[in-house]
Design a binder for this molecule. Sequence first.
Ligand code: NAI
Length: 247
Amino acid sequence: MQQNRVAIVTGGASGIGKETAFKFASKGDRVVVADFNVAGGQAVAEQIMANGGKAIFVKTDVSKYEDVEALVEKAVDTYGRIDVMFNNAGIGRVTPVLDQNLNDYHNVIQVNQHGVAYGIIAAGKKMRELGIKGVIINTASVFGFLASPGTFAYHASKGAVIMMTKSAALEMADWGIRVIAVAPGAVDTPIIQGYKDKGMVDSMKSKVMGNKLTLPEQVADTVYLLTLDEASAINGSVVMADEGYAS
Ligand code: NAI
């Protein structure tokens, strides 16, 4: 087992990111919790420390490259290295394609697509500079493959995450850096708890085997497994963490 790793988790204040931060910490990794939700992110870092782990919180808006670059610098200044970059922060907006506010469209692309691109670039550059054979994991979605009404921009952003992952993996293999996408299906987190159309949540649930929502802890477990050396053959792949989400 690799020791003394440092893992950055974006969107670490809530849902999948929060549970993944706890998972890494429970395995002895030092965790850098990044989010623009200051209270939530600080609470996660404090809980890790209260349990005897090591963590810091860094306020970060992933849609700004300078924030993501500063996040990576802060991680290295604090802990001396980064082994894992989990580009997970994301947002969803539900509106029919022809009725949507273009600001919403741009925001979804800015956070879900550009935020992941910035994380890949900033962390990849630092890993290459420091000679670290790290792992970059990007949160995609079954919606990167499957269409559903009302989520036009979200599909575009998650499809982009999948192809950015494959493209970056191809080049970063030269430095021993793996880049992987994880694709959850319907996960019980605030992003879908906030859907006003509860019928949409029921419909998503019915597509998961066992008619249930996946727990964020289950996705966190998958992410953790992908970061291990034992997963070294997994690279440039989209790993489904969707409990069989059907179209
Ligand atoms: P969540 O809403 O619980 O967590 C998202 C986190 O991202 C929040 O803490 C939020 O403050 C943060 N965030 C949003 N915009 C940000 C920005 N510009 N900069 C920094 N932080 C920002 O939702 P959840 O479900 O944990 O989402 C995590 C990822 O999983 C997202 O990329 C989402 O698209 C993806 N996903 C979620 C699914 C679900 O059913 N919940 C299914 C498939 C993918």
